[in-house]
Design a protein around this ligand. Structure first.
Ligand code: NAD
Length: 412
């Protein structure tokens, strides 16, 4: 098991980029420090009348290139260190994809499965109210992440708007369409993972048609990636959720239809496997799309996939990463592979600001064009600089933030 925290990992990736870009110690100091860190107490009145206290967080890691942007996570293991690490990754991701944003992250240390719908709403609204002074369409724009979805975004938007006295759809992204959400946002991260997968296969000269894929995590990212990849002609051979994996299903559509009715993956004809067995399948592409740290020094040696596309944030520890690189596995890093979500969030924010809404094709075409531009930049700079794709992606993202710092100067 790794002993590094998510923050240690993020800082060591930043340190490496700083060295490779020959940036100064002053720049390291600036870039390794989050701009604003807020911890709040979030009291919740349970349906039975009891009051419980939860810890909430919001980290605005950088606002140098624009308002900060990042998801809100409801998970029992949410803590300040991890939130800082994820906000840092968002900063490099937004810079890599050239979106006019800094990076942020937030969340509550709570298991949403233990909340009734009404409790979830009260908790979301109180959290929004506690972080209200630092969010806004020009300051910091939350979005869904693990354990939250469009209903949480609707409550956040409403809480902010009630306090403002008028409707402010641009305060969050990932909203329901009728409240100013964007077409294509729900599937955007998975669509971007699929684009990255297709391009990585072409880079390795493997025909995407019929290429085999295993996906760990069957949530918002894993499910939509599976749908998009199946539509592109790839074969999804296994998927998993927190309870383990399955193989042998006829199609993702069949599996999903079964899941919606039965709330499990045991569709007719499927066979069970553990999450670890899924990681070690002999497939062309492995997509970790659950939580952090699933590819470690323990699980990496037995990975047989030729390509790993990181749907989740930070799914690979530095030790796991080194092993994959030694084995010649191409790793498409999280800040590139899963950037489709924040790209379409950006489209949503632009549409909300202009009160002018795009059709689904416009979203799709623009997502593909931004993903392809970022992908080609990473591919070219990894090849020409003889560095890994993760290093190339970080150098591009960190380099752009450093340049923005230099040009803005230091006040006063
Ligand atoms: P989600 O809550 O919708 O789905 C998570 C999935 O992972 C579920 O199927 C869950 O059962 C499964 N899972 C949880 N623990 C697991 C375990 N130990 N082993 C195997 N499976 C497990 O979350 P999501 O939005 O799909 O996010 C997944 C990852 O992608 C996270 O790292 C998130 O930060 C990242 N991400 C999400 C988005 C987005 O737009 N939702 C964008 C970029 C990155």
């Amino acid at each position: 098991m790794t002993t590094e925290s998510a923050l240690d990992t993020a800082l060591s990736q930043l340190r490496r980029a700083i060295e490779q870009l020959s940036l100064s110690e002053n720049e390291w100091q600036t870039l390794s420090t989050p701009r604003r860190v807020l911890e709040v107490a979030v009291p919740l009145r349970r349906d039975n009348g009891n009051v419980e206290m939860y810890k909430g967080f919001r980290v605005q890691y950088s606002t140098t290139r624009g308002p900060s942007k990042g998801g809100v996570r409801f998970h029992p293991e949410v803590n300040m260190e991890e939130t800082i690490a994820l906000a840092m990754l968002m900063t490099w991701k937004c810079a890599l994809t050239n979106l006019p944003y800094g990076g942020a992250k937030g969340g509550i240390a709570v298991d949403p499965a233990t909340l009734s719908l009404a409790e979830n709403e009260r908790l979301t609204r109180r959290y929004t109210s506690e972080i209200l002074p630092i969010i806004g369409p020009e300051r910091d724009i939350p979005a869904p992440d693990v354990g939250t979805d469009e209903k949480n975004m609707a409550w956040m938007m409403d809480t902010y708007s009630v306090n403002a006295g008028f409707s402010v759809p641009g305060v969050v992204t990932g909203k329901p369409i009728v409240l100013g959400g964007s077409l294509g946002r729900t599937s955007a991260t998975g669509d971007g993972v699929a684009i990255s997968t297709r391009e990585a296969l072409l880079h390795r000269k493997i025909n995407p048609l019929g290429a085999t894929v295993a996906i760990q995590g069957f949530g918002k990212v894993g499910y939509w990636a599976a749908v998009a990849l199946e539509n592109m002609g790839l074969k999804i051979v296994a998927v998993s959720d927190v309870h383990g994996g399955v193989t042998g299903f006829a199609s993702i559509k069949d599996l999903w239809d079964h899941f919606l009715v039965n709330n499990n993956l045991d569709a007719p004809g499927t066979e069970r496997m553990t999450n670890e067995e899924l990681l070690h399948l002999d497939v062309d592409v492995l997509i970790p799309a659950a939580l952090a740290d699933s590819i470690t020094e323990k699980s990496a040696p037995k990975i047989r996939a030729k390509i790993v596309v990181e749907g989740a944030n930070a799914p690979t520890t530095p030790e796991g990463d080194a092993i994959l690189n030694d084995k010649g596995v191409l790793v498409v890093p999280d800040i590139l592979a899963n950037s489709g979500g924040v790209i379409v969030s950006y489209f949503e924010w632009v549409q909300d600001k202009q009160n002018y809404f795009w059709d689904a094709d416009e979203v799709k075409v623009n997502l593909n064009s931004i993903m392809m531009r970022a992908f080609k930049e990473v591919e070219e700079s990894a090849t020409s600089g003889k560095v890994t794709w993760r290093e190339a992606a970080h150098m591009l993202g960190v380099g752009r933030v450093a340049q923005a710092h230099r040009l803005r100067g230091l006040y006063p």
